[in-house]
Write a protein that binds this ligand. Sequence first.
Ligand SMILES: Cc1ncc(COP(=O)(O)O)c(C=O)c1O
Length: 373
Amino acid sequence: MITRPSTRPVRAHFSSGPCAKRPGWNASELATESLGRSHRSKIGKARLKLAIDLTREILNIPSTHRIGIVPASDTGAYEMAMWSLLGARPATMMAWESFGEGWVTDAIKQLKLDADVITAPYGELPDLTQIDQSRDICFTWNGTTSGVCVPNGEWIRADREGLNLVDATSGVFAQDIPWDKIDVLTYSWQKVLGGEGGHGMLILGPRAVERLESYTPAWPLPKIFRLTSKGKLIEGIFSGETINTPSMLAVEDYIDALQWSKHIGGLSELMARADANATALNSWVERTPWIANLAKVPATRSNTSVCLTLPGASEDIPKAIVSLLEKEGVAFDIGAYRDAPPGLRIWCGATVDTADVEALTLWLDWAYATVTA
Ligand SMILES: Cc1ncc(COP(=O)(O)O)c(C=O)c1O
């Protein structure tokens, strides 16, 4: 029998979204001058613009790309892009886990596009080198529910004719994004930076803007999806004039997360933190016989949403581990996503501390021994 570990994670927050707040986060430290004011006041607009400017600075987004804050979290941003851009040329939808599958459903059942669909089972990626990039392509950079990410952007052609629409909500700030090859990228604040849910980020490259200004979809667009007016991009959206009312408290919290990111050393340090967390977890996986990484190919293993399976175990075992560790207060929200194969999913993004991941592994050993005894 394994003895009960004496070290506990200082922060037991390992959820894959909303994710752990940054180390040292304290609600009372958030700036509140913009609260209770119009988001279109001078201060409101300045704070929204600061959120955009800091995003550009931390993520090294070139001036060729516009950055907008839009409604309804990553889903809002991604669907806004799909509804506004798709239909102009043939599209290919790629999916290797639940969220990508959701975008396939949108394209086929809602937009009724005659799109090609390329899928891979949980734990795998399709062959990205075979993707026809004369078509528009939609995919998820980091599959949050399978722990499989695209290893890099080398397969994205610089001379592609189609647009790529990239859902990078659980990859951005932890994985390197080749902005020169990105037409549309979306994410939300509550993932790698541990911000609050509610708003989406929509990043548009020049070719996406060109499409928006030259193509009108056949279907109606609700006001919260509309990015153009009289055939021209609504530039205000990309300088902080949001389409409708944002939560300024969520905006202040996002600014806090961005300032923390800058303070610790920016993107390279955010990526290094996620890498160190995933390495700590994966080295435990390697020395532990009852657990395996769901992502088969090491280069495609996520450094944020690490998904683990228990080969040969009944699905009651991971469930029992999850509830035991939650009851002990040492790990919250580490069950696999509801549509994914049974197992564990442990968030390793930048706001998590490596010492906490290491402490968690001791508890995982203890919990497994306890529930299988
Ligand atoms: C890859 C991916 N896409 C989309 C979503 C939905 O994001 P949101 O709740 O921010 O709309 C999630 C949430 O976990 C996700 O992981």
